[in-house]
Design a binder for this molecule. Structure first.
Ligand code: HEC
Ligand code: HEC
Ligand code: HEC
Ligand code: HEC
Ligand code: HEC
Length: 485
């Protein structure tokens, strides 16, 4: 047997077995496509979530299947001699006689070479496929309608360059596998269109925040107080800019002798806070327990907590307080109508020169719309009609001003409201602060009491010092900037 004979035997083996033949045809069709597509993807030439999906979730597995078919065919197919080509008997016969072994050496070389190439390709596909499954494209792009709200809010957040998996899965194989199992179920739900709208929160089975957030953030190293300046606009003719200035007691979880203090005192290792809540949304807190470093337990109970405990109402659950009890919206931040417009006005996406735009914008985005399309059209027609009637001179001479304002108001709506997912203003609660939702005041309400009458403080200076509230040009900022303007 010489080299060509071996190739012939190999090819004959394949052609004689139906299974191998199917595998070989599949492999030769898929291989060039797969290789080219993987190269294009690695170079970042094609950037489309469906491209990655077809490549890694469909073509990749099919290619591996085709290789399996080829070898399965060769293994089970019996040639003229009634011996399978790659069976144990066949190989034993070839290996036992030295002169035969010299001949099969070439066969081994071919097989090894082919295997090395195949393994290299499979490793490449798996590596790229793994990264694809970890990408924001896969999480946010494939499940278009289902993830549109989270994806949109994420893109406008401070975490827009942190990949979804960093918070939702985190490091380690255990959570990766867990997520793929629940991911498969979710993929089916998306394909069948029977996922819940909106997706209910709080999410259960989310990895404990301290294992994910603390990969990047170290609350024990935070310190001191931080100045927060919030720009707002009044609903008057000039859309007057006012500012709220807070000195936020961000504090620290305590580190190397510095004591835990301020807001991040809750997450210091020595303070363990658990709480019981009666509702799914964790808004109705009946009891808060603080385990102090010296081992004493302090129990703050809401009025009626004991009766609720006895009744063991459905949904009653206990939870250890962590980052998410305040930062439940670190990246999927949905704003209120007021905040959404203030942000657009502040960025100049809505021109401040247009009289009453804050007021008119607010009126038109606060309405209920059945679809994003309807909202978009209605915002445009209503604003156009109102300005042509009330400020014809302003807009007729400067149509771009109105067009820009309309686009800005439409964006303020589209970035926060998703009628297709039944997400309206304030569908999702935000625990940080106490403005639109009870937030910190779920516990800090002076009505959770210990048996000796201590309460969880609502003292306005406990968490922040209010330096200015809704003031045009606050004095404190002038002082800080050392100027009079
Ligand atoms: C900075 C961390 C972080 C990143 C990055 C992140 N998420 Fe989330 N996400 C969360 C947290 C925390 C919650 C839980 C909210 C709750 O339980 O109340 C959440 C909730 C969700 C929900 C449930 C619905 C909702 O709005 O609360 C979906 C869906 C979701 N995330 C998808 C995504 C997708 C898709 C991406 C990437 C485009 C992503 N997440 C990126 C932290 C993150
Ligand atoms: C992979 C790293 C990473 C992870 C994981 C992560 N973050 Fe962040 N986070 C960042 C970065 C980077 C910034 C700073 C963004 C900036 O300053 O523009 C940030 C900013 C923040 C801020 C400040 C936001 C602001 O308005 O300035 C908060 C609060 C925060 N993260 C909370 C969280 C919470 C809670 C989690 C866990 C659910 C989390 N982060 C997980 C990287 C991460
Ligand atoms: C008791 C509520 C609470 C808890 C618990 C909490 N935070 Fe915060 N955190 C805040 C508040 C309030 C602020 C300041 C206001 C803001 O960022 O809008 C803040 C600020 C931050 C910032 C920005 C700090 C800066 O200096 O800009 C980061 C990052 C952060 N928190 C991460 C975390 C992480 C990670 C955890 C969990 C280990 C955590 N926080 C637990 C309430 C909390
Ligand atoms: C699950 C209940 C709970 C929630 C929610 C909660 N806290 Fe607390 N907090 C406590 C308890 C209990 C104490 C200790 C009693 C006290 O000091 O009044 C405390 C104490 C504090 C302290 C004083 C820490 C110190 O130095 O002694 C600050 C500041 C604080 N909380 C800020 C906040 C902020 C800001 C939020 C919302 C973003 C918040 N808390 C949400 C339970 C809670
Ligand atoms: C347990 C902590 C805590 C207590 C007590 C507290 N606040 Fe706050 N407050 C916050 C946090 C946190 C924010 C910032 C939320 C954010 O970043 O949006 C805030 C924001 C504010 C703002 C700015 C809101 C805005 O964006 O316009 C005002 C005004 C305010 N608080 C007033 C008060 C007053 C008045 C009291 C006393 C009755 C009080 N707060 C008590 C935690 C607290």
């Amino acid at each position: 047997m010489n080299f060509t004979d071996i190739i012939k035997a190999f090819v004959t083996g394949i052609t004689h077995s139906v299974v191998s033949r199917v595998g070989a045809i599949m492999a030769s069709v898929i291989f060039p496509v797969l290789l080219t597509a993987t190269m294009l993807d690695m170079q970042g030439i094609i950037h489309n979530p469906y491209f990655g999906f077809v490549l890694y979730m469909v073509l990749g597995p099919l290619f591996i299947l085709s290789l399996v078919l080829i070898f399965a065919g060769l293994f089970f197919f019996k040639g003229k001699e009634g011996v399978g080509y790659f069976t144990y008997e066949y190989l034993k016969e070839q290996f036992s006689a030295p002169e035969r072994f010299i001949r099969v050496r070439k066969l081994i070389v071919i097989c090894t070479a082919l295997s090395v190439i195949n393994i290299a390709i499979i490793v490449l596909i798996s590596y790229e496929g793994y990264h694809f499954m970890e990408s924001e494209d896969f999480c946010g792009g494939i499940c278009h309608t289902a993830m549109a709200p989270e994806h949109t809010a994420y893109l406008n957040s401070p975490h827009s360059s942190v990949r979804c998996v960093e918070c939702h899965i985190g490091p380690g194989a255990q959570w990766f596998i867990k997520s793929k199992i629940s991911g498969a179920r979710q993929l089916v739900a998306v394909a069948l269109g029977n996922f819940s709208r909106p997706i209910a929160t709080p999410i259960h089975g989310l990895r404990p925040a301290r294992e994910t957030c603390e990969e990047c953030h170290r609350p024990e190293l935070f310190h001191g107080e931080k100045l927060y300046i919030k720009d707002k606009y009044l609903p008057d003719e000039q859309n007057t800019n006012v500012q709220t200035v807070l000195l936020m007691k961000v504090g620290s979880g305590g580190y190397r002798g510095s004591k835990a203090n301020g807001i991040h005192w809750h997450v210091a290792p020595e303070n363990k806070i658990t709480y019981k809540h009666q509702d799914k949304g964790r808004l109705e807190i009946s009891e808060v327990t603080l385990a102090k470093p010296n081992g004493t337990m302090v129990d703050f109970k809401a009025p009626g907590a004991d009766e609720a405990e006895e009744a063991k109402e459905t949904g009653h659950q206990e939870r250890i307080m962590d980052c998410l009890d305040c930062h439940n919206r670190p990246t999927h931040i949905y704003l209120s109508p007021n905040e959404a417009l203030d942000l657009k006005l502040n960025h100049g996406d809505i021109p401040l020169e247009l009289p009453y735009i804050k007021k008119q914008g607010l009126a038109v985005i606060s309405k209920d719309y059945k679809s994003s399309e309807e909202a978009k059209n209605n915002i445009a027609t209503e604003l156009r009609a109102w300005y042509l009637q009330n400020y014809p001179d302003v807009v007729k001479n400067n149509m771009e001003l109105l067009d820009k304002a309309i686009a800005g108001v439409q964006a303020a709506y589209a970035e926060n409201v998703f009628p297709e997912m039944n997400i309206n203003w304030n569908t999702y609660t935000n625990f940080l602060g106490h403005k639109n939702d009870s937030g910190c005041f779920r516990c800090h309400d002076e009505s959770h009491e210990t048996s000796s009458g201590e309460t969880i403080s609502q003292d306005c200076d406990k968490c922040h010092i209010i330096l200015a509230e809704d003031e045009p040009a606050p004095e404190v900022l002038k002082t800080l900037r050392g100027s009079n303007n």
